[in-house]
Write a protein that binds this ligand. Structure first.
Ligand SMILES: Cc1ncc(COP(=O)(O)O)c(C=O)c1O
Length: 460
């Protein structure tokens, strides 16, 4: 998926990326795959970023997806679900256990052991103070629950979020989020969903680079909004922004403080970052503890859809309402899989691994920045990295053309990743990726940039 919008961002999605695959990746398909791709296009409603598609997957294991033509792709995209890799043995075993035990669903009014064990486990690994949980099928629903809980708890109805962000596909989630691609054409969205400019040290209207100065300005903007909107229930954001911009701890401390002083809840959407990706179990650990923390994607072990929220004990205040009345709220199969994910992250030391390999990956990308003029910015935390390609370092114009060609080049050589805002390479591998595979990715990018003639001399 390509994100659009944001300050200085492209307002249109990158139409060249079909189903996450670039143009050209649909070539070389065997007859059976071509047939499947055509049947897919004939039966599914078409929508940008997913249908029509360019290829079909027959198997996904570890860090790789395999197509029918026998090609494999090192997957740094994975819709963000492959935290522990694909087809992890622990995830498979959890599913097999549920099948063996005949415990695949729990209707309302019945709890079950996998659900209770998961809830207890999640609380035990979460930042201190987040002692209550609620589960649901997907991230968009989890965002719904978080926002509804915040509104019910505070008795207020407005939200503040950052421009360009995506917090899910539901009506409330697209209202709260602010990516034009998902909002335009729907008429009036949810009232009271207010937006702020995303603090970006690489691209801001003033060309500032001093983090303290940038923080102060964006905190000022938030303070003004909060002063003028006493009905704000919550500020919702990813702790590390979608373009892998890493806010400073001081920034989040000031936001946290402002929220507390204004009686506003802070919601961290950790649908992408929870369970180790940033080199901490939760990205919040690098910064501050929110009032509500949202998890999803990797929670389902790249096998089942599952998500949820964690909240402070004090927010156990909506017992008279049903904010998460989802059929699969305590699905034992999903809960068993999510438990296997958390235990795998712990047992295999994936948090530390993301930290260590993140440093190694970042260093490799910084080498590219030193070599190629078009690599304007390299940023990120843990295995949550991004490379911003620019037309020149002075103007920082978004070089979507080189990005699209580089993605096509990489896909042909078996490396898959996502573009956001047309020009930013979004690099989020499974945490089980090896050092050698990271070197392979960096090598492929270097080879691609050299082949595309991107090695303009510095300053040219
Ligand atoms: C930050 C963020 N929040 C929420 C969502 C929505 O999650 P889901 O697709 O599981 O509904 C996404 C999905 O891409 C996301 O990236």
């Amino acid at each position: 998926m390509t994100r659009a919008g944001g300050p200085g961002g492209s307002s249109a999605v990158n139409q060249g990326e079909r189903g996450g695959l670039p143009p050209g990746s649909g070539t070389g398909l065997d007859a059976a795959t071509r047939d499947l791709v055509e049947r897919d296009a004939a039966v599914f409603l078409h929508q940008a970023l997913s249908t029509p598609v360019a290829n079909a997957v027959v198997r996904a294991e570890g860090c790789r997806i395999h197509d029918a033509a026998g090609r494999s792709y090192l997957d740094l995209h994975g819709n963000g679900v492959h935290t522990v890799g694909y087809h992890h043995p622990a995830v498979v075993a959890a599913i097999e256990d549920c099948l063996r035990d005949g415990l695949l669903f729990a209707p309302r009014r019945f709890t079950n052991l996998p659900a209770v064990r998961l809830a207890e486990k999640l609380v035990s690994v979460a930042p201190a103070g987040l002692g209550r949980v609620l589960f649901c099928p997907g991230g968009s629903e989890a965002v719904e629950m978080a926002v509804m809980l915040a509104k019910l708890h505070t008795g207020r109805w407005k939200t503040l979020a950052y421009h360009g962000t995506f917090h899910g596909a539901g009506f409330q989630a697209v209202s709260v989020g602010a990516d034009p691609h998902f909002r335009d054409g729907l008429g009036p969205l949810l009232p009271g969903a207010l937006h702020l400019e995303l603090p970006d040290p690489y691209r801001n209207p003033w060309g500032w680079t001093d983090r303290e100065r940038i923080d102060a300005e964006y905190v000022r903007q938030l303070r003004v909004q909060l002063e003028q909107n006493p009905d704000v229930a919550a500020v919702i954001s990813e702790a590390v922004f979608y373009n892998s911009t890493v806010p400073t701890r001081a920034f989040w401390e000031q936001v946290r403080d402002l929220c507390t002083r204004h009686g506003v809840l802070l919601i961290f959407d950790e649908i992408y970052t929870a369970f180790g990706r940033t080199g901490a179990m939760f990205a919040a650990e690098h910064f501050v503890t929110p009032d509500i923390l949202v998890v999803g994607k990797g929670f389902g072990g790249a096998a089942v859809p599952f998500a949820g929220i964690l909240a402070r004990e004090e927010l156990n205040s909506a017992a008279h309402k049903s904010i998460g009345h989802y059929t699969h709220e305590k699905n034992p199969l999903c809960c068993a899989v999510a438990m296997a994910v958390i235990e795998t992250v712990e047992r295999e030391g994936l948090v530390q691994r993301a930290r260590d390999l993140g440093h190694h990956f970042l260093a490799g990308l910084e080498d590219l920045q030193a070599e190629f003029e078009c690599v304007g910015n390299v940023t990120g935390l843990g295995l949550n990295l991004a490379v911003d390609l620019v037309t020149d370092r002075e103007s920082r114009g978004r070089d979507g053309e080189t990005a699209a060609r580089l993605l096509a080049f990489a896909m042909e050589r078996g490396v898959s990743f996502k573009l956001i805002q047309g020009n930013v390479l979004n690099l989020k591998p499974p945490l089980v990726i090896s050092r050698g595979e990271i070197d392979e990715v960096v090598g492929t990018l270097r080879h691609g940039l050299r082949t595309l003639g991107a090695a303009r001399p510095r300053g040219a």
